[in-house]
Design a binder for this molecule. Structure first.
Ligand SMILES: Nc1ncnc2c1ncn2[C@@H]1O[C@H](COP(=O)(O)OP(=O)(O)OP(=O)(O)O)[C@@H](O)[C@H]1O
Ligand SMILES: [Mg+2]
Length: 228
């Protein structure tokens, strides 16, 4: 078991349509993971790998890979117990190891004081298994506290609820005005999504703008004045 692996846990937090999915898809393009497992309840990551709605088939795909390259998404069926299924997928992520594990919409499957034990294990011991974890949530106040507490990178996009903005100001260690100022603008031809991102090891704070103009994507990143 390696003790040199550093934890890599990334949070993407923002209201619906704030740009979490756009951010994460770009991140996956950057990372180009050799091994990737996605908890994909909204079936949004079709380009990133084959989808499974059967847990035994998903587990089989990782067994078949024998530690080699593999990409798979679990898309739960309508009648699944989401919490239970998420626990099984987390257990698979931990046991398989050496992979990027993306968990979408954490408020479906965790609560502030509850999460499947295997999710907590991924968060607190995942570095020993070479896990790189990426999690997304619309409402930071409704998800497991262990997640934000352990994140090494936190990207916050626009949030609708004052209590969520207050929580994220604390998590990013910035004044709440900086979180309140985040926005999305959307017209027929232009979408602009603003974010603030804290890299917790270097403490670097970055202000970013992603945009789609006539279908073309661009992004600007600048050090934020509030950086410490
Ligand atoms: N390829 C694209 N071209 C133009 N606009 C896009 C494209 N992909 C996403 N968008 C727009 O970017 C915005 C953010 O979308 P995104 O999927 O990132 O939202 P989200 O934060 O993941 O929301 P949710 O929580 O509902 O999943 C939306 O307004 C969406 O219409
Ligand atoms: Mg999304």
């Amino acid at each position: 078991m390696s003790v040199t692996n550093r934890a890599k846990i990334e949070a993407y937090i923002g209201a619906s349509s704030s740009g979490k999915g756009v951010s994460i898809k770009r991140r996956l393009d950057e990372l180009k993971p050799r091994r990737l497992l996605i908890w994909d309840p909204r079936n949004e990551y079709g380009k990133s790998g084959p989808g499974y709605d059967s847990l035994p088939a998903l587990i089989g795909a990782f067994k078949h890979a024998k530690g080699g390259p593999v990409r798979a998404r679990y898309v739960p069926g309508a009648n699944m117990d989401l919490g239970e299924a998420f626990g099984i997928v987390c257990k698979l992520a931990f046991q398989a190891g050496d992979l990027v594990f993306l968990a979408e919409e954490l408020s479906d499957v965790t609560k502030p004081s509850w999460a499947p034990p295997a999710w907590r294990q991924c968060l607190t011991q995942g570095r020993h298994q070479a896990l790189h974890i990426i999690g997304a949530a619309q409402r930071p106040t409704l998800i497991d506290k262990t997640f934000l507490a352990n994140c090494t990178l936190v990207r916050c996009l626009t949030l609708g609820y004052a209590e969520d903005r207050k929580t994220m100001a604390r998590e990013l260690d910035v004044g709440q005005a900086a979180i309140d100022a985040l926005y999305v603008t959307e017209t027929d031809t232009l979408t602009v999504m603003a974010y603030l991102e804290r890299e917790r090891r270097s403490k670097e704070l970055t202000a970013g703008h992603m945009q789609f103009k006539a279908g073309k994507f661009s992004e600007k990143r600048t050090p934020h004045a509030g950086a410490t």
